[in-house]
Design a protein around this ligand. Structure first.
Ligand SMILES: N[C@@H](CCC(=O)N[C@@H](CS)C(=O)NCC(=O)O)C(=O)O
Length: 291
């Protein structure tokens, strides 16, 4: 790899598999399956194929919130997809998500299975299916969806931009880290100003906008993403801190955070979830990623 200060892009980009970086073994410039592998199917109407990353946790929190609200038809089997081993490129997974990224959901409650991919689309699908965590009045609904889509559009700057260059890239590039640190701080300030005037993101009630934003910006605010809390002065965002603390106390948030989790305290990891009783032997108070 050329030094970043001397690199001159060639006329035509070609795939250099040895380009390094933490995810070099799974990153590819082509889509589609790499191998044949069926997905497992459990007994519940909803089958989730995921991992306990912020995008995955959005969906497990949502499902646990629905169950807590008494929606028994939201019972689900959560299967672990190990993206580090390339399981997102198995033929079964690709048939549920052609984009080969967790989370992916299969709703088998109707006459024909319905696939849903993209975490924001999954939250919206579940909110509409169960009539929960999405306001019905059009103004409140518009506000909620605006913040939901804000999260979907903003998080790639946090994860793929800031997180990648600050924590994972094979060399520290000042220009890239500066650019994305500035953008992520701006995003935190957007949330902080919003939460100065509203209790929850979309207004006075807890919605799918909170569920979507929490595992990215709440975890970031606690210093749990990329070990970047001090670097980004996350303590300055007092309203984001207040909101994160409130969400961290929700039982469904605690449970959802444990599902498909493969890091942190062993007693807080529930690699697969097939019944509410699966949580019984687990500790729900040791949930800081990396703890
Ligand atoms: N926009 C997608 C992003 C999903 C995503 O990036 N998933 C990551 C884990 S957090 C993944 O599966 N990466 C595997 C890969 O890129 O091969 C969503 O919100 O669902």
């Amino acid at each position: 790899m050329a030094d970043s200060s001397t690199y001159v892009p060639p006329k035509v980009w070609t795939w250099n598999q040895a380009s390094g970086g933490r995810f070099a073994n799974i990153n590819r410039p082509i889509a589609g399956p790499t191998h044949e592998k069926d997905l497992p199917v459990g007994r519940h109407p909803l089958q989730l194929y995921s991992l306990g990353t912020p995008n995955g946790v959005k969906v497990t929190i949502m499902l646990e919130e629905l169950l807590a609200l008494g929606h028994t038809a939201a019972e689900y089997d959560a299967w672990l997809i190990n993206i580090g081993n390339g399981e997102q490129f198995g033929s079964g997974f690709v048939s549920v998500n052609p984009n080969s990224k967790i989370p992916a959901l299969l709703d088998r409650s109707g006459p024909a299975p319905i696939r849903i991919f993209e975490s924001g689309a999954i939250l919206l699908y579940l909110a509409e299916k169960f009539g929960a965590l999405l306001p019905k009045e059009s103004g409140a609904r518009a506000e909620c969806l605006s913040w939901l889509f804000w999260q979907v559009g903003s998080a790639p700057y946090l994860g793929g931009g800031f997180g990648h260059f600050y924590a994972y890239a094979p060399e520290k590039i000042e220009y890239a880290i500066d650019r994305y640190a500035m953008e992520v701080k701006r995003q935190l300030d957007v949330l902080d100003r919003r939460l100065a005037v509203t209790e929850y993101i979309a207004g006075s009630t807890y919605t799918i906008a909170d569920v979507a934003i929490f595992p990215w910006y709440g975890w970031l605010a606690k210093g749990w993403l990329y070990a970047a809390g001090e670097f980004l002065s996350v303590g300055d965002y007092k309203n984001v801190q207040r909101w994160t603390d409130v969400l961290l106390l929700r039982p469904a948030v605690k449970r959802g955070t444990m599902v498909n989790r493969t890091y942190g305290d062993r007693s807080s990891q529930l690699h697969e979830r097939h019944a509410a009783s699966d949580f019984e032997s687990k500790t729900q108070d040791k949930l800081a990623p990396g703890s």
